[in-house]
Design a protein around this ligand. Structure first.
Ligand code: SME
Length: 156
């Protein structure tokens, strides 16, 4: 299967997963697993906006940093600038927060609810240059599927 085909299968799986369940945590947990094991990424998970930090949410992979300040690291940049940040080599990204020494490239996508960023989807790869425009486009589609799950989410 091509990468695009894998993403199409993944998107249909995510739609099925969330259509039968309304629990926020259960859905984010299953989505992180579905993404992670579709591509065998190094780490896949969510950081959720709470107070003045991004706080670790459901994820798959090794133990990670629990709190990231807004604007700090790749996640903070994506959150503040409200855009996808694709980093081909994390060692060259000033301010990168290394939760694992095995991560070499990273992509972070904002998740919006009613025009505000409420969370980010963070994916790490052990390969350099792992993420391209295909990943960006399909992961943005996934981020849009996740947005409505934040209906009752409180950022404080
Ligand atoms: N590398 C991220 C921190 C989170 S971990 O990758 C799970 C960053 O720079 O924001």
């Amino acid at each position: 299967m091509t990468k695009a085909e894998k993403y199409k299968v993944l998107i249909s799986q995510i739609k099925q997963l969330i259509s039968g369940e309304e629990d926020f945590t259960a859905n984010l947990a299953n989505i992180s697993s579905a993404i992670h094991y579709s591509f065998n990424f190094h780490w896949t998970g969510f950081y959720l906006s709470k107070g003045s930090n991004l706080v670790l949410g459901p994820f798959q992979g090794l133990v990670a940093c629990t709190r990231l300040a807004y604007g700090k690291g790749v996640c903070g940049k994506s959150f503040i600038e409200q855009k996808t940040v694709n980093v081909p080599d994390v060692h060259k990204f000033e301010g990168h927060i290394a939760c694992s020494s095995l991560s070499n490239s990273e992509i972070v996508l904002p998740i919006f609810y009613k025009g505000n960023t409420v969370a980010v989807l963070d994916i790490d790869s052990e390969n350099f240059n792992n993420f391209d425009i295909t990943d960006e486009q399909y992961l943005e589609e996934i981020s849009n599927l996740i947005s409505p799950l934040f209906t009752d989410y409180q950022t404080r």
